[in-house]
Design a protein around this ligand. Structure first.
Ligand SMILES: [Zn+2]
Length: 97
């Protein structure tokens, strides 16, 4: 039953993995994907709820970021100034510096 389906779908034998799909998700949303990859991407997306949710949330994130004003420049010493004001920063941040 599965075999005749595979014969109808030439790309099914090389179905994209969840990991691969998520690596390509930003290319998909940017429209920078060749037709063959796009076909396999959509083939997986229609059958995998997890990846569907992943692409939806990524698209929403990108739209949110595109709507934000450009960030103000962060002073290079800001992290040090914040750390200096935090209580107990010497012990909790010792491995982070
Ligand atoms: Zn998946």
């Amino acid at each position: 039953m599965i075999e005749w389906l595979r014969s109808l779908l030439p790309f099914a034998s090389s179905e994209m993995s969840c990991v691969k799909l998520r690596q390509l998700a930003s290319d998909y949303l940017d429209g920078e994907m060749d037709a063959r990859t796009l076909w396999r991407f959509r083939f997986h997306l229609e059958r995998c709820g997890g990846c569907g949710a992943f692409v939806s949330s990524l698209r929403a994130t990108i739209q949110t970021l595109n709507n934000l004003p450009p960030p103000a420049p962060v002073p290079v010493d800001l992290k040090e100034r914040i750390s200096a004001r935090l209580p107990g920063s010497d012990s909790s941040n010792s491995s982070n510096s």
